[in-house]
Design a protein around this ligand. Structure first.
Ligand SMILES: [Zn+2]
Ligand SMILES: [Zn+2]
Length: 151
């Protein structure tokens, strides 16, 4: 298996790439490239980080993946592409999807300034990290952030 850092013209579905896609499908944990690499590497020890990185880049280019910048330490990736906002736990870095009003508009802006996009980020402390919360609620939260399929 040849790995290359050059962007490939087409999107060849190698077993490694298929594994990355399988890992991302329905994944609501917003993993970083490093996390994806660690998990895929277990199954394909010969897989390089460059392959993971290039696969993520082609998916981003094809609009099948979102790069989330809510985590100041690293980019996180999201296969759920419809518009939504994120809520990140400042203690453990868990990221949850949250819904926002369909359209957010700035209340007044400089004349002639065209708005192209809007990015809403919420920060907080998840029930598991809050400690004080009932363990039942914490377990529910962990189950939700680890859930692999969407309703
Ligand atoms: Zn947390
Ligand atoms: Zn998301």
């Amino acid at each position: 298996m040849r790995t290359t850092t050059a962007p490939s013209a087409g999107f060849r579905l190698t077993p490694q790439r298929a594994e990355i896609l399988r890992l991302l499908e329905g994944n609501t944990s917003h993993p970083s490239a490093e996390e994806i690499y660690r998990r895929v590497h277990r199954k394909f020890p010969g897989m390089s980080f460059a392959t993971v990185y290039n696969t993520l880049q082609s998916l981003l280019g094809r609009g099948e993946l979102l790069e989330i910048r809510i985590d100041p330490k690293r980019s996180r990736f999201d296969p759920f592409t419809p518009q939504h906002a994120h809520l990140m736990c400042v203690k453990c870095g868990a990221i949850a999807d949250v819904r926002t009003p369909a359209e957010l508009k700035p209340l007044g802006k400089p004349a002639g300034f065209k708005v192209l996009s809007c990015n809403v980020e919420f920060y907080g402390v998840c029930p598991a990290c809050a400690g004080k919360t009932a363990t039942k609620e914490a377990a529910k939260w962990q189950k939700r952030t680890q859930k692999r399929t969407r309703k």
